[in-house]
Design a protein around this ligand. Sequence first.
Ligand code: B12
Ligand code: SF4
Length: 496
Amino acid sequence: MRVLLLSPDLDRAVQRADQRDKLGLLYLASALEQENIQVRVLDRHLEQTGDSELREVLLAYRPAAVGVSIVTETVPDAITCAKLVKESLGDIPVVAGGPHPTLAAEDLLAHVKEFDYCVMGEGERAFPELLETLGRGGDVSAVDGLAYRRPDGEVVRTAPRELIPELDDVPFPARDHSAKYSTRDKGLYYFQDRYPGRGPVKMSTCLIVSSRGCPFKCSFCASSVLWRSRWRARSPGNVIAELEQLKRDYGVDMVEISDDAFTLDKARAERICDLMVTRKLDIRWNTHIRVDQVTYDLLKLMRKAGCYYVSYGVESGSQRILDEIVDKKLTVERVVEATRWLDELGYLRHANFMISHPTETREDARKTLELMDRLGGKNNLGITVIYPGTRVEKLARESGLLPEDFTWTRPVESPYTLPSVKQGLPYFVDTLPWKEVCAFLFDWASRQGYTLRGHGLRALKNINSVADLRKALFVLLVYLGRLSRQAFCVRKEKDV
Ligand code: B12
Ligand code: SF4
């Protein structure tokens, strides 16, 4: 049996650096190969595969089934992929998997007839079992972790699938199936990122995950639903073996450890670092941390083991928002302290913040900008996006921000859109008016030294209707208003 695994494309305006590994599909490829199923992985973004090229691949490879890995932002292209499969190959099974189908299976299956099944959660065991069941004409209702449409059109779920108890039992991702590794194109192993005060820095596109899940439950994040609030970790030896394989087989010398919570078990993180040092791994790496889950000593050891860059979620400078809304379980003072440690230890770093949290006031948002000023360096600011399966989504539905007939399968009709973003998801906007959200965004962008040139050009390209033009003009007016206020303040200061 031959199976094609697809990663759909995504608008560049929403996402950069998509050369990064689609580990979910590469893990699936390993699992299928273990069952003697022939696999091909196609990352449409990495391989820049247009519709006609995808059709050619389908007709040449003639898979018996196609799996599509989907995050909410890639739903539009995932639908295109599914339609192309059915048009080219007739009624072969098209299976959706990944975060979006895990969080919104019913919505996807009810609206897109080209998808036949959704695998919810980990696919390494469920997908081969589904293919085997289909292959022998068995009853899919016995396959755990699945949603599907019954002949009468009703979408049903099977029993939830047990999480894989021991992650060391999962074979490493089959990287040879990624065009990046099979062509040994080292240019695809890195991307350049801007870093204030240090110019462009090289970042890795080679990912590994050393643990799955996160025990926290932040309001905007669906991790607790995706991984059922369970944190499961691979053993240090198993992680080091994968790093050694990356180095030996692919010449990789820079890696991103893209766990949700790499340092949750500090003793394990220390052991991984110790092994990196004693085995003379000589790999530079970056990761994401929670600043309450690190100590000065652990950061020091990580630095010694090759970690050069960390990102961390702060979300807001307002303690009220962190406690009452996000449930971040983090204090602003801890953020300041850990940032000082990172600077002392010579890390490159960036903190992630959000604006337009539920109930956010102007004062709360101002505290966010103030905290960024205190931290200095690179700080990202994004508008709160409504993702399926989150508390933010629940609030958006309750408040009518998402209409009753809302579906993730159609382009979003929202008055709150940035003109430079083509395929965006809905933003959460309530107490802080949209005008002020945009104004705060401009304040942040100018503090970070961003210019409007790139965004402006993209905005022009994305104007396709009178409604788009109206939204773009609104944002432009906010921008001009901010400029004139700044000019007025400068003149006043000079007068004084
Ligand atoms: C690394 C990472 C990235 C990388 C690589 C993305 C990728 N697609 O793998 C980069 C930096 C490029 C990235 C970008 C983005 N990301 Co990201 N990312 C992650 C992160 C931290 C780890 C992903 C990972 O490798 N997990 C490990 C593997 C084993 O798990 P998995 O990918 O989910 O795959 C398993 C199952 O889902 C399933 N499965 C997956 N695909 C399929 C397909 C089939 C057919 C089947 C049967 C099963 C199946 O089986 C796999 C093995 O068990 C997750 C958070 C998380 N912990 O999952 C966020 C996460 C996936 N990202 C997210 C988002 C929103 C994005 C962006 C849209 C952000 C942006 N605005 O730019 C983009 C979209 C990029 C894209 N095209 O996918 C969200 C998705 C939420 C959602 N509702 O869909 C997540 C869940 C973060 C979060 N907590 O909200 N991301
Ligand atoms: S934002 Fe980070 S800490 Fe919060 S629930 Fe998601 S993965 Fe966990």
